[in-house]
Design a protein around this ligand. Structure first.
Ligand SMILES: *Cc1c(COP(=O)(O)O)cnc(C)c1O
Length: 224
């Protein structure tokens, strides 16, 4: 079942990329395992999904106990400053950095591990109140401030689109993030690379791929 879902979604990602005139290999499926057990996460890996995303530190740690570093771990949800220390030696990317304070703590904790943290800045493109993330305007300042940190490397931007009436509204949110990444990239801040756009979930990954997503974070559609 999981295997069939993976096959179908990877094929869909491929087709959508080609429709968008993009190279399918530029898009990574991040399997979001927050609602499933380590056993199901293992099945996902067996089906070929090797990058796993968790939105909470505790659920990442629980699965890490079982799966260790067999998958590439991404932390995709809101991260509290006091929890960075638990994941610094485990995650390959943090998608959800939305404050200087958090970036500074990531810098401190990664320095101890001798690694450079790969992070994305989370932007609230739609302006919806309930979402985390900086405003598009504040993203410039955050990028500039983070650029001086030695153990943090910004690799791009992340957003979550609210539930929209129709797919063209959703695409506007994603194209907003894409344009922002071009504008931030043009500032040529030190140490800031706009290589990745983390956008699109089960319900809207096609729209995200049409607008340039390189990381699609898909959970529920893999486990139905
Ligand atoms: C849960 C979650 C996802 C995946 O959502 P689905 O709708 O289950 O695909 C993606 N990103 C974040 C930050 C999440 O918390």
């Amino acid at each position: 079942m999981i295997q069939d879902n993976v096959k179908r979604i990877l094929e869909d990602i491929r087709e959508t990329a080609i429709k968008a005139g993009r190279n399918p290999e530029d898009i990574t499926l991040v399997g979001v395992t927050k609602t499933v057990t380590a056993k199901e996460a293992q099945e996902l890996m067996d089906a070929g999904v090797c990058t796993l995303g968790e939105n909470r530190v505790q659920s990442l740690l629980d699965k890490y106990e079982v799966l260790k570093d067999a998958p590439t771990w991404h932390l995709i949800g809101h991260l509290q400053t006091n929890k960075v220390k638990y994941i610094a030696d485990k995650v390959s990317m943090i998608h959800s950095v939305d404050s200087l304070k958090l970036a500074e703590e990531i810098d401190r904790q990664f320095e101890k591990t001798g690694r450079v943290a790969q992070i994305l800045l989370q932007v609230n493109v739609s302006g919806e109140e309930s979402k985390f993330g900086v405003t598009p305007e504040d993203a410039f300042r955050l990028a500039e401030q983070v650029s001086v940190l030695k153990h943090v490397s910004v690799q791009g931007l992340m957003t979550m689109a609210p539930i929209m009436e129709n797919s063209s509204e959703t695409r506007k949110v994603f194209s907003g993030l894409q344009k922002l990444s071009v504008d931030i990239g043009a500032k040529k801040y030190d140490n800031i690379y706009m290589r990745h756009l983390s956008m699109g979930m089960s319900g809207d990954y096609r729209e995200a791929i049409m607008e340039g997503a390189t990381l699609v974070r898909i959970g529920s559609a893999l486990f139905i």
